[in-house]
Design a protein around this ligand. Structure first.
Ligand code: GDP
Ligand code: MN
Length: 349
């Protein structure tokens, strides 16, 4: 990223020459947010943060998706805040409901059981629809079909450092398909049989498993069991064409048939992460150390003081989660043979 100029706007001389991309520097990419009308003021904060730190200079589009129609307030407020074009999509019922093969009684018993065991979102039907939608459908919505890359943004998130280059272009030029800023362990209670399903998929579809993948990020015993590591999917920049590929589609359909979105409470984070870990080459997954980010309760604050000063960061480096015990990011470093950045020890407690 250092080769990109600092703080340019599309109006600055040299923008197009430096881009090296015919037809203008911007990628075919969009922000995407799934939200309810009631989320308007929390997504407003997220948008302000994205615009302040990045998009006011790049003006990328923003697609909003909802299982209900967006109301006028939501549309007015968000379209006034986004510097690019805004689009509003309503999710079709088939993408936000129980598929026919699901046993409703069984699913209901699971929710009641999880409510008693106080498993987070364990009793929620809508949360399950959300996880299934983010796992298998957001990238196939008609509004998303025109784009190659997406950047997922949730309500109430914050970006703490200036972003002086285009992460979409970075993805494209470096052939990255998936990226993350935070990684951690999943609650086992939400995914007890997810790895069994994955194992079955691997057996049925060996052709989709990449050579030189990141299995070592996901499993400590060569694939026998899942270590629960996953990339936190509330932040993602990724390739839509990868998610729309035969490999990913077969994977999602296989998992969906097994019913764990409803008989357990599979999250889209482990579902995406396992897909990326097994079906991409390890070099195709990128860690954006330079994108500082907060989603309750975790912060990614870049390691490296000079970097934080140059990019006007406003996060406390002590809050950085990367090198703490519950993060999986050091596994990613080890697997990829990356040296840990200078100063990581200062952030490990
Ligand atoms: P958490 O981050 O796992 O605690 O879950 P969130 O409440 O942040 O939900 C994840 C994403 O899905 C956010 O972008 C929410 O706005 C969105 N979301 C969650 N539930 C619903 C829902 O019932 N309808 C819609 N339209 N969006 C939802
Ligand atoms: Mn969230």
């Amino acid at each position: 990223p250092a080769q990109y100029p600092l703080a340019m706007t599309p109006n600055d001389p040299g923008w197009n020459e430096l881009s090296g991309v015919k037809g203008g520097p911007r990628m075919n990419a969009t922000f995407v947010t799934l939200a309810r009308n009631a989320d308007v003021w929390e997504i407003a904060k997220s948008i302000r943060s994205v615009e302040d730190r990045f998009n006011r200079r790049y003006n990328y589009d923003w697609v909003f998706l909802n299982d209900k129609p967006f109301d006028d307030t939501f549309k007015k407020v968000t379209s006034s805040l986004v510097s690019g074009k805004t689009y509003y999509g309503e999710i079709p019922t088939e993408h936000w409901s129980f598929p026919p093969h699901i046993d409703q009684e069984k699913a209901k018993k699971v929710r009641e059981d999880m409510r008693q065991r106080k498993i987070i979102y364990g009793d929620s039907v809508s949360y399950r629809h959300m996880c299934r939608f983010e796992s298998g459908f957001f990238f196939r919505q008609p509004l998303m079909m025109n784009y190659d890359y997406y950047w997922r943004v949730e309500p109430s998130v914050e970006f703490h450092c200036d972003i002086h280059y285009d992460p979409f272009r970075f993805m494209h030029e470096n052939k990255k398909k998936y990226s993350f800023v935070l990684s951690l362990y999943e609650y086992f209670e939400t995914i007890p049989t997810l790895w069994d399903s994955v194992t079955k998929f691997i057996k049925n579809h060996p052709e989709h498993i990449a050579e030189g993948n990141s299995m070592a990020f996901l499993s400590d015993d060569g694939g026998k069991t899942y270590n629960k590591c996953h990339f936190w999917s509330n932040f993602e920049i990724g390739s839509l064409n990868w998610l729309r590929s035969k490999a990913y589609t077969d994977y999602f359909e296989s998992l969906d048939q097994d019913g764990g979105f409803f008989y357990e409470r599979w999250g889209d984070a482990p579902v995406h992460s396992i897909a990326a870990g097994l079906m991409l080459k390890k070099e195709e997954i990128h860690f954006f150390n330079d994108i500082a980010y907060y989603h309750v309760p975790f912060t990614h604050c870049p390691t490296g003081e000079q970097f934080r000063l140059d990019r006007k960061c406003h996060c406390n480096p002590k809050d950085n989660f990367d090198w703490k015990g519950y993060s999986c990011t050091s596994r990613y470093y080890e697997l990829n043979g990356l040296p840990k950045p200078e100063g990581w020890q200062d952030q490990s407690d």
